[in-house]
Design a protein around this ligand. Structure first.
Ligand SMILES: *Cc1c(COP(=O)(O)O)cnc(C)c1O
Length: 349
């Protein structure tokens, strides 16, 4: 007999991108971290942390961080819950909403964590392919009747943003929860926050891992009508956010100018990289995030991935049908981008 539930034995674990040890000299463009340091105010807050606040358990409701988020996101604090990264909010949604006989639905390709969440709960995962023009397959998703439907916007791995009209029509027609994963919205022109005030079945996910350069801190938020949060909070671990994350996260959120400054630099580098790759005859998908989804001229993505890796540049290659001829490249500093381009020229020569 196995130690594990059958669905656990049968499922495949989520495979995170490679994380080299600190100090390893690589150009790391494989997990969409922000290339710039966190806000100096966040670092200051970190240094101000005293032993007493580590001795005690943290505030179970992460009030200080949620109050900062409420100010920045423009919603009442009762609409916000905090977690150890937005991945943890996703896990709580799965825990609270999914069981055998219920379904999770999402358009593909997208974040490879979603099927893992469904399988973990022994649920059917309904995968509706995005339309050719990257439009959301709204009808198919409504017909899928998911207890949970997830839209990642901007989408990982292609950087495309969902139209507000499509999201609205999903919210109106789904009887289950509509989750909008906005991990990358700090780099986008638009976001779906307005929907949570109009629809009580919408939950928006935000994180400090990308725009705020705090992937190592682990802080994310779920934003939804308090009735929805009430259900999800029942399955939350009591002290899920550390005292450190609450304190540092609040300081980072409130430094609006710093966010604006780093995001502007990333967007400028993104547009430069898109032009340089297009000049090397890569197909480049338009991106509203801090990464680009690209197809090398001959579709030999695995070869390019391995050749870059040998030269100590990490990008992401997904060995999955339909996307294995493409690469996802995080946007780095201007220096990292010119190193990437000159290495690519060499590889493709
Ligand atoms: C990076 C990412 C997250 C964020 O995860 P955290 O747990 O907040 O670090 C969530 N969703 C998607 C699609 C991502 O790419």
């Amino acid at each position: 007999m196995s130690f594990f539930r059958r669905c656990i034995d049968e499922m495949q674990a989520y495979e995170p991108g490679e994380q080299p040890f600190p100090g390893d000299r690589v150009i790391k463009l494989n997990t969409n971290e922000n290339p710039y340091p966190p806000s100096p105010k966040a670092i200051e807050a970190m240094k101000g942390l005293d032993g007493e606040s580590l001795r005690r358990y943290p505030d179970p409701l992460s009030t200080n961080a949620r109050e900062a988020a409420a100010r920045i996101y423009g919603v009442p604090v009762e609409y916000i819950m905090a977690a150890n990264g937005s991945d943890e909010i996703l896990a709580y949604i799965a825990r609270a909403c999914l069981e055998p006989g219920r379904k999770i639905a999402y358009p593909v390709p997208t974040y490879l964590l979603y099927p893992v969440l469904g399988r973990m709960q022994d649920c059917d995962c309904i995968e509706a392919p995005y339309y050719e023009d990257l439009g959301i397959p709204v009808t198919e998703l409504i017909e899928a009747k998911g207890a949970v439907t997830i839209i990642c916007s901007p989408n990982n791995p292609d950087g495309n943003t969902a139209s507000l009209k499509d999201l609205q029509s999903l919210a109106e027609n789904l009887s289950g929860l509509l989750v909008v994963d906005e991990a990358y919205c700090d780099f986008a022109a638009d976001n779906a926050m307005a929907l949570v005030k109009r629809f009580s079945n919408v939950i928006i996910l935000r994180t400090l891992s990308k725009g705020y350069s705090l992937a190592g801190l682990r802080l994310g938020f779920g934003i939804a009508h308090p009735d929805v949060l009430k259900g999800i909070l029942k399955v939350k671990d009591s002290y899920n956010v550390s005292a450190m994350a609450i304190r540092i996260g609040a300081a980072a959120l409130l430094d609006r100018d710093y966010l604006k400054e780093t995001v502007a630099k990333v967007i400028k580098a993104r547009e430069g990289l898109a032009a340089d790759l297009a000049a090397l005859r890569f197909k480049v998908w338009p991106s509203q995030s801090n990464f680009l989804f690209v197809r090398p001229p001959d579709g030999n993505a695995e070869y390019v991935f391995k050749s870059l890796r040998k030269r100590r540049i990490l990008v992401r290659h997904f060995n999955k049908p339909k996307i294995k001829d493409k690469l996802r490249i995080s946007v780095g500093t201007p220096d990292e981008m010119s190193a990437l381009i000159s290495t690519l020229k060499d590889i493709l020569k």
